[in-house]
Design a binder for this molecule. Sequence first.
Ligand code: SF4
Length: 137
Amino acid sequence: MILNRSYGVNVYIDKGRNLEGLKTEIRAMNEKLKIDKNEMAKIREIKKAERKSCIESYVAELERSGKKGLELLRFFKNIPSTYKYNWILARRGKLSKTKAVKLHCIECSGWSLREASECVVNTCALYNHRPRSRNED
Ligand code: SF4
């Protein structure tokens, strides 16, 4: 018998087990899952705000830093918003090397992840490190 389908979890019980005890356990589990979901949503919001503020401060930094900064700013403005934060991290040496290589491939492919994963330039030194390369080899 299926007792509960919440959050995609099916709980099966035997006829001999204490039904009320199980229901209480399931209610407690559901409450915990709800709290976890709310916590995750809050964490996502905080991270989003951090990324936004990081991008804004980077732009302000570039605007203050003269001709070279403005050249970089022109380039930066053309980066799709999905990749802006990681690009800043890469520039500051705070992105892992693997992620930085993948970001470079995406940049090389006109900021298209799909194009990067379908790259056919097998003479490139980064060919084996391009996004999703393991699935295709
Ligand atoms: S592997 Fe392909 S996408 Fe990546 S840097 Fe080399 S040429 Fe560009």
